[in-house]
Write a protein that binds this ligand. Structure first.
Ligand SMILES: C[S@@+](CC[C@H](N)C(=O)[O-])C[C@H]1O[C@@H](n2cnc3c(N)ncnc32)[C@H](O)[C@@H]1O
Length: 211
């Protein structure tokens, strides 16, 4: 088992349920921004979203609460976060959770209309392999960055993740992309264009990559 899978699977049951609802909960504004972009792209039409690195699956309910009609497939390699996701949201044909490594370029999944990386690309050891897997699944990719690519050198550092009570922590990877590296990754997957969205005063960005 990889170190990364070990870390992301180390949540205890209670923490897995609240992770991303509570202290791990990221910017509400960029979540709303993703919802409005999806509305612009798909309107009232039913579409299939593959959520790469879905964690405890909170985005499937969030998007439905915003009035979107979607089939949702959540992909993650964290057994503990997926257990929380299934306990909370699974049970209909429209909501599926799959355990898998999204960096596997041979990842096999049902074709989707869009693949989402929400606060995930910066945590991957091999973001290029994962973007290639996404490209094989859908004609569009949406990426929410908490550390958007910028004119700088690439960095990758180990940070600590709270996974349980008593300040139980595990290491995880956190990248900052240079625009040069990001452009190269997009070039390799045959990107035709990328639309960049940002809420004013927010660091988060949402990119829509057309393939
Ligand atoms: C920061 S959380 C983001 C969760 C969610 N997408 C959100 O926006 O709130 C990163 C997620 O990516 C998952 N992840 C990281 N590397 C992965 C990999 N190689 N394969 C599958 N999932 C991965 C982690 O298990 C974790 O659930």
């Amino acid at each position: 088992m990889s170190i990364a899978k070990n870390s992301w699977s180390a949540f205890d049951d209670d923490t897995a349920k609240i992770y991303l609802d509570g202290y791990g909960h990221p910017s509400e504004r960029s979540k709303l921004l993703m919802g409005s972009i999806l509305k612009e792209l798909f309107g009232d039409t039913r579409f299939h979203l593959a959520d790469f690195g879905c964690g405890n699956g909170h985005l499937c309910q969030f998007f439905r609460d915003q009035g979107l009609t979607l089939k949702y497939t959540g992909w993650d390699f964290s057994t503990s976060l997926l257990n929380a996701a299934r306990a909370r949201y699974a049970g209909s044909d429209d909501t599926v959770f799959v355990e898998g490594d999204i960096q596997d370029p041979d990842l096999q999944g049902e074709p989707a209309d869009i693949v989402l990386f929400s606060h995930v690309l910066e945590t991957l050891e091999s973001p290029g392999a994962s973007l290639a897997a996404a490209r094989n699944m859908a004609p569009r990719i949406m990426i929410r960055f908490f550390e958007p690519p910028a004119d700088r050198h690439d960095t990758a550092v180990l940070r600590m993740l709270d996974v349980g009570p008593g300040q139980k922590q595990e290491p995880y990877l956190r990248r900052s992309f240079s625009t040069d590296h990001y452009d190269l990754l997009l070039h390799h997957i045959g990107c035709k264009s990328v639309d960049i969205h940002q809420v004013q005063s927010d660091k988060d960005q949402v990119h829509v990559v057309q393939l």
